[in-house]
Design a binder for this molecule. Structure first.
Ligand code: ACO
Length: 333
């Protein structure tokens, strides 16, 4: 069974309500129709009757719930919540209303925050920044977690490395500025995500261009310190670094370069030292190894919100909704 089929099965076990706030895009309706048919989530589309009529025509939308952001009986509750959360940042009832009507992602996050939905998926026609900023501002991080990051589950065909070709890569989406504390936290969150989504024991490698001191440089020290901090903060997980990619993945190279390490040669969870290498790395594997790349999936948020690529297909929205629904099940435990 493929990774995404596993997610569909899991999502069906306890159906969650997921909001799609992009009524201006036909892919939203195509995905909503499929989600209802697959029975993996309850779907809510935010949009005016005009937007829905214009873009949703021709799709079977029975079973989909629509929320009109200009005529919603719950709207005042969301405005009040917005002001409660962001009043200190200058948000007033007037500016809250305006922001929610202008940018439906704010509306979607407030529905989640007020318990009227379990998660949101957006980004088919918005940038990553514009998709996740409302979530960072309104939903915030989980208790004890300081930052949100984005991972991909990579499914590499004909590959025996990692977990039979399955890997988790992070951070590939969120943090342009990395430091050792952030990287250590991302290592722990990624281990947790791997075990929750892929299954099996996470073996987390913090990546560098050096293996265990083979090069000496501030960047190497950053990764080595991050590994030490992660091992101290998350003793329940197998985490090691700094490791080069080949030493992390290939048993013979791991044995040669880091013989003491239990992670070297066996890694299934790769933590990159900066957003450039993380973002470029997952795309290299996706394009050159023809891997399926599921994500970016945000980790560390108090409630699940996920981003889409603007080049996505309706099926990618369906997959991301299933993953978001599974995250919502985990968040509810
Ligand atoms: N975790 C938690 N909270 C965060 C994080 C984080 N990683 N980053 C910012 N925040 C919070 C801030 O604390 C702030 O909260 P506050 O308003 O309550 O004080 C709020 O989010 C806004 O923060 P800003 O510093 O104003 O950040 P900004 O909005 O400029 O940017 C963002 C945040 C959007 C995540 C930015 O860092 C970004 O654009 N990252 C790169 C996204 C990207 O382009 N990725 C590559 C494409 S994705 C792909 O290819 C799959």
């Amino acid at each position: 069974m493929s990774f995404i089929e596993k997610m569909f099965d899991q999502a069906r076990k306890d159906k969650k309500t997921i909001v799609l706030p992009e009524p201006m895009d036909k892919r939203t309706y195509e995905a909503a129709e499929k989600i209802v048919k697959l029975d993996i989530a309850n779907v809510v589309i935010i949009g005016t009757p005009e937007e829905i009529e214009k873009n949703g025509a021709g799709f079977d939308l029975s079973g989909v719930t629509f929320v009109d952001p200009f005529n919603d009986p719950n709207k005042q509750k969301y405005i009040d919540k917005f002001v409660e959360l962001r009043g200190k940042k200058g948000v007033t009832p007037e500016s809250a209303k305006e922001q929610m009507e202008k940018d439906y992602m704010y509306y979607a996050c407030l529905m989640c925050k007020c318990g009227d939905a379990d998660g949101a998926v957006s980004g088919a026609c918005h940038s990553t920044g514009n998709t996740i900023r409302p979530a960072l501002q309104l939903l915030k991080t989980k208790p004890g977690i300081s930052g949100v990051s984005g991972f991909f589950v990579m499914e590499v065909p004909d590959c025996t490395l990692g977990e039979n070709g399955l890997f988790l890569f992070a951070d590939c989406a969120v943090n342009p500025d990395m430091d050792e504390d952030k990287m250590a936290e991302i290592a722990g969150l990624s281990a947790e995500s791997f075990e929750a989504f892929v299954g099996g024991q996470a073996k987390v490698a913090l990546l560098s261009f050096s293996t265990k001191g083979s090069a000496s440089n501030d960047r190497v020290t950053m990764v080595a310190n991050a590994a030490a901090k992660a091992q101290e903060r998350f003793p329940q997980y197998m985490i090691d670094g700094e490791l080069q990619l080949d030493a992390a993945l290939v048993p013979e190279v791991g044995q040669l370069k880091a013989p003491e390490s239990k992670v070297a040669g066996n890694a299934n969870t790769l933590v990159f030292p900066d957003l450039e290498s993380g973002n470029i790395g997952y795309k290299l594997v996706q394009r050159l190894a023809k891997a399926n790349a599921y994500g970016p999936i945000l980790q560390g948020l108090s409630l699940p919100v996920n981003d889409l690529s603007r080049g996505c297909f309706a099926d990618d929205i369906v997959g991301t909704v299933a993953i978001t629904a599974v995250q919502a099940q985990i968040a509810a435990k």
